[in-house]
Design a protein around this ligand. Structure first.
Ligand SMILES: C[C@H](NC(=O)[C@@H](N)CCCCN)C(=O)O
Length: 221
């Protein structure tokens, strides 16, 4: 356990060092470009939230419902693969992490694709349909679960590249930080509630019902 804590501590320190370097580079760019950042003349208030458009609120809803079918599922995934597919503990950990492993190389590729082609909503729809297909496979078939998890990894990477930048399409630049802050906050609030609900469903109804619940979350959006 202490080894995991040490690894976590080291990554936190590394992240802090990167943030400090970024702050320095940002300040330097500001000086070189003779720009005073954040001084656009626009006044930023927490009450800006009242003026958020319905499109932005819809993006928040999509964000909560989509990620509800990914993060809590991965949280409970290890036991799912052990129970349903009789995987060993090691195999179950490996398949559970494949979503993030795929996301690491694929996200930049999808990012470039989305930037080149545009049509973010279409990509979001493709990602949602693929995620739904992957949950249905896991719930109702005994097909090799690596197929479903790899699909989920691809869909998860694509969704992030298409959904998050859409905030910038519907929010003026001076409110972007506020909008992303709210998106993150609402996402985490939703995830907290859904993780509790998912745990209760698992305890009382089992994995099939839980998979149906996750499929319903993706379909909602
Ligand atoms: C880009 C998006 N990020 C998030 O949803 C973060 N709020 C949480 C990241 C947690 C990563 N396991 C994403 O990951 O798609």
């Amino acid at each position: 356990m202490s080894c995991y804590l040490l690894a976590g501590g080291i990554t936190c320190l590394f992240s802090l060092a990167c943030a400090l370097i970024l702050a320095y580079l940002d300040k330097r760019a500001e000086k070189l470009l003779c720009k005073e950042q954040g001084k656009t003349g626009e006044v930023i208030k927490l009450t800006d939230v009242k003026n958020f458009s319905s499109s932005l609120w819809l993006l928040f809803v999509i964000c909560v419902c989509y990620y509800a079918a990914v993060f809590p599922f991965i949280g409970l995934g290890k036991v799912f693969f052990i129970e349903k597919f009789q995987f060993s503990s090691q195999e179950a950990s490996a398949i559970n992490s494949v979503v993030y492993i795929i996301s690491a190389p694929m996200s930049p590729v999808f990012g470039i694709l989305v930037d080149k082609v545009g049509k973010n909503i279409i990509w979001v729809l493709c990602a949602v349909i693929t995620t739904l297909a992957s949950h249905i496979m896991l719930a109702f078939t005994f097909w090799n679960p690596w197929i479903a998890m790899c699909l989920l990894g691809v869909a998860y990477s694509l969704l992030a590249c298409a959904l998050w930048p859409m905030v910038a399409f519907v929010v003026p630049e001076h409110q972007l930080g506020t909008a992303y802050g709210f998106m993150q906050s609402i996402q985490n609030l939703g995830l907290a509630v859904i993780a509790i609900a998912a745990g209760m469903i698992l305890d009382t109804r089992g994995y099939l019902f839980l998979e149906v619940f996750f499929s319903a979350c993706v379909s909602c959006k």
